[in-house]
Write a protein that binds this ligand. Structure first.
Ligand code: SD4
Length: 348
């Protein structure tokens, strides 16, 4: 099912200029990689927010040890999923307003392989359950009780995801019950040297990751606990193909973060990739998608954050957001990871 399983190491070596044995087209491809900061720099892995940096490192290591692109993106996003201090992905995520932590995730290759789960409960690694949906069912998407039962059937351990800290935040929220997602609460978790420490009480965040090899094959993953204190049953953009994540062979991929409703209205990442398919750079494509949301929604998106992150098959990257503060992690072909700030449409 998954075609993009060729070893990643060859890709790393090729793009780093190390490898002999490159085919002529691949050699040509490597030469066209740009080095403009923020838009090129032969990226091989990108992911959302500054906590994406350790996730990228894990993904790179998995590739180096022979893992496929799907193995890489899965291993990468499992890092924040397992972090109890990250209150928006996996274990330790903030619950819905009824006190249930529910997870959404999607994984996708560029050969039609897709698996997703939404409203999954009692399971740390939603991304691995999504992968199991892709590899072991005739379906692409399982939700709610069915997704959770499938996870048990596949042997994923039952874990109570509601940590005492997250429960306290929920009980505090119950006092006011004011549902007001805070923009950029995700930042400062890595760059500030405090891995996995989120910024505020109403945190939400998501990791979306894209990886590619030297031949331009790609895969992506996206996983979240969604918006803190959401309505029970609410599903955001993250697990929906074309909203939270989209990857297209020969073109590139995109992932999104922020207030998911604003992305699902516009099928944001499918739009970014379609623009790239029609010749836009990843940067221009991310900007176009964010501007489209703004023109569609006007005042309704005041104070709302949405961020798009894209990478094309050549390793050119693009990132753009509505409000300042969206950061992303980029790993180059040598394995070096840096955190960058995305330009924004609005100043505040
Ligand atoms: C959601 N997009 O569930 C996710 C949340 C998120 O940064 O990305 N927060 O709407």
């Amino acid at each position: 099912m998954i075609e993009g399983r060729r070893g990643f190491l060859g890709g790393i070596a090729s793009l780093a200029g190390v490898g002999g044995g490159l085919t002529a087209p691949v050699r040509a491809l490597a030469k066209t990689v740009t080095t403009t900061a923020g838009t090129g720099s032969n990226a091989v892995i990108v992911s959302t927010w500054d906590f994406g940096a350790p996730a990228n490192d894990a993904a790179f290591a998995r590739g180096r040890s022979g893992g496929s692109l799907i193995d890489m993106v899965e291993a990468g996003v499992m890092v924040p999923e397992a972090d109890p201090n990250n209150h928006s992905v996996g274990y330790g995520g903030y619950p819905d307003r009824d006190g249930h932590v529910t997870l959404d995730a999607v994984i996708m290759d560029d050969a039609g392989g897709v698996g997703a789960v939404a409203a999954l409960e009692d399971t740390v690694h939603a991304i691995s359950v999504a992968r199991a949906v892709m590899e072991h069912t005739p379906h692409t998407f399982l939700v709610g009780e069915g997704a959770t039962r499938f996870a048990r059937d596949r042997g994923f351990p039952r874990v109570n995801l509601l940590t005492p800290e997250a429960e306290k935040a929920w009980r505090d929220w119950l006092k006011t019950q004011n549902y007001k997602p805070v923009a950029n609460s995700e930042t400062g978790t890595y760059g500030a040297g405090r891995p996995g420490t989120p910024g505020g009480a109403l945190d939400h965040d998501t990791i979306g990751m894209l990886a590619r090899d030297a031949s331009g094959r790609m895969a992506g993953a996206c996983t979240t606990s969604g918006m803190a204190f959401k309505m029970r049953g609410r599903v955001g953009d993250s697990p929906q193909v074309g909203s939270g994540l989209y990857v297209e062979r020969g073109v590139g991929g995109a992932t999104s973060t922020g207030l998911g409703e604003e992305v699902t209205r516009t099928v944001g990442t499918a739009r970014v990739v379609a623009s790239m398919r029609h010749g836009m750079s990843p940067q221009a494509a991310c900007e176009e998608a964010a501007k489209h949301i703004a023109s569609l929604r006007g005042d309704a998106i005041k104070g709302v954050q949405v961020g798009f992150l894209a990478m094309d098959v050549r390793g050119r990257i693009g990132a753009f957001c509505l409000l300042p503060g969206f950061t992303y992690a980029v790993t180059d072909a040598t394995g070096k990871t840096r955190v960058e700030k995305a330009p924004s449409l609005f100043k505040s």
